[in-house]
Write a protein that binds this ligand. Structure first.
Ligand code: ATP
Ligand code: MG
Length: 447
């Protein structure tokens, strides 16, 4: 008998023709997550992964790493036995005697058609033996199928069986980096970190963009908070890139050059346009924000529709229908809660208007920014961006400055005559933004 980890995956079996692709990504993610630990093998058998490790290995360490692998529904530390009923029965009795519950149930999962017993027969047979073993110690032990104090799980596959009493919930979702890239606008608050996580959990690889202002005397910079959040989220997708973009200058121009009531919407729209350029450079397929409908004035349905007007990339808002409590629960679970709780200088609420626009129309925003050099602001912001790469390996996240060559080329192009002509075409007409940038996208150099 030896101890193994049984990993059950999530939803992947639904994927028909793509199953092999998802499975190979899952196996790769499991191996990557466990890098540096003495894992002997990761084998895919009968719709589960079986992980063999050195016998003296600390399973908590393994579970801690595996908890962050998307695509896993649950994990069990199990005894592996040969497929012989007496050996299996003894293993099940030993485990349950050790557990010593007052009530129990046996649940069997069968994936060995030639075993000669079905799951109900296995459950009955083992239940009887376990009851006898437990009653030898205490006479009031009962079988309780509805609400047992302990469950003895048995999984039978060709030639082997697995027995365990605890299941640890996995991260669920789909394996990392199976869906393409998205650019997350990460503020440092609770919402956008959770929004990124939810999209990552669906297989999207998140590139992060954070806009920061210079901190006041009582608060620290949001940059540090954004970096900590990215660092916390990186184990889920193994690598991350964070674009850090100063926003003071752009905010000052908006405050000086546009009507007060549209300020926040103009900040947000400019952020999205800059993030869109990052998406072009990163070959990302959409943006992600932490907007939750009607949470603040800028998030009314009218304002969200206006913010997206003319945007030629999808903007995902995975928290649109969530309450703050839902978001906070997620933030605690994924480890970003305490980071977002720190007092930091959030640039978005700066110079808040006394009476912000609640039902802004697209043409009102176009009019409001008519005196601003939006294209110039986008270019200068991109030019000032600093980029940090994060890499998770051996249980640690390491950071290092990156040189985003594709973004540099994109900035260069924007500064050439071509870019200037494009920006003139754009002026005052949001709808023209799409085709121009599609051309730009097509011209983007491979990294
Ligand atoms: P969060 O908790 O993510 O800050 P929020 O509910 O506080 O969200 P806002 O501050 O209005 O709402 O921001 C809405 C969304 O705009 C954020 O979720 C985020 O995606 C984006 N955003 C706001 N500020 C920034 C920033 N400084 N840098 C990058 N994105 C930002
Ligand atoms: Mg915020």
């Amino acid at each position: 008998m030896s101890r193994v980890l049984v990993l059950h995956y999530h939803e992947i079996w639904l994927k028909g023709g793509n199953r092999r692709f998802f499975l190979s990504r899952l196996v790769a993610a499991v191996k990557r997550a466990l890098a540096g630990l003495p894992v002997k093998s990761v084998v895919h058998v009968s719709e589960r992964l079986i992980l063999s490790v050195e016998n003296n290995m600390d399973h908590n360490l393994l579970l801690e790493r595996l908890r962050r692998v998307f695509g896993i529904a649950y994990i069990a530390v199990a005894e592996e036995t040969p497929l012989e009923l007496p050996v299996l029965t003894k293993a099940a009795c030993d485990i349950m005697v050790k557990k010593n519950p007052r009530s129990f149930a046996v649940r069997a999962k069968m994936a060995a058609p030639n075993f000669g017993m079905n799951s109900m027969q296995v459950e009955r047979e083992l239940g009887r033996e376990i009851l006898q073993a437990l009653r030898a110690r205490s006479s009031d032990v009962r079988v309780n199928l509805e609400a047992p104090e302990a469950t003895c799980w048995v999984e039978i596959i060709p030639e082997r069986a697995y027995v365990y009493t605890e299941r640890v919930a996995g991260a669920g979702g789909l394996p990392a980096a199976t869906a393409g890239r998205l650019v997350t606008l990460l503020s440092g608050g609770f919402d956008s970190a959770v929004a990124a996580y939810k999209m990552m959990r669906r297989g999207a690889h998140s590139v992060f963009v954070h806009f920061y202002g210079s901190p006041g005397p009582s608060k620290s910079s949001s940059l540090q908070v954004a970096e900590e959040i990215v660092s916390t989220l990186t184990p889920y997708q193994f690598t991350s890139r964070l674009y850090e973009i100063p926003f003071d200058g752009a905010q000052r121009q908006i405050v000086a050059g546009a009507p007060e009531r549209y300020r926040v919407l103009l900040y947000r729209r400019l952020m999205a346009r800059i993030a869109r350029q990052v998406a072009l450079a990163e070959r990302a397929l959409g943006l992600v924000t932490g907007d939750s409908v009607s949470q603040v004035a800028s998030q009314t349905l009218h304002n969200l529709a206006t913010l997206d007007y003319g945007m030629d990339l999808p903007v995902y808002r995975p928290l649109a229908g969530d309450d703050k409590e839902d978001v906070v629960r997620w933030a605690r679970q994924i480890g970003t809660y305490s980071i977002s709780c720190q007092p930091f200088e959030d640039c978005c609420p700066r110079f808040l208007p006394r009476s912000p626009a609640i039902f802004a129309k697209p043409e009102e925003l176009v009019h409001a920014e008519a005196r601003l050099d939006i294209e110039g602001l986008i270019t200068s912001s991109l030019e000032e961006a600093k980029v940090v790469d994060f890499k998770y390996s051996g249980g640690e996240v390491r950071r290092q400055p990156a040189i985003p060559r594709r973004l540099q080329k994109l900035v260069l192009r924007r500064k050439t005559a071509d870019g200037q002509i494009a920006s003139q075409t754009h002026e005052g007409n949001l709808e023209q933004e799409g085709p121009r940038d599609r051309v730009e996208h097509a011209k983007a150099d491979p990294r």
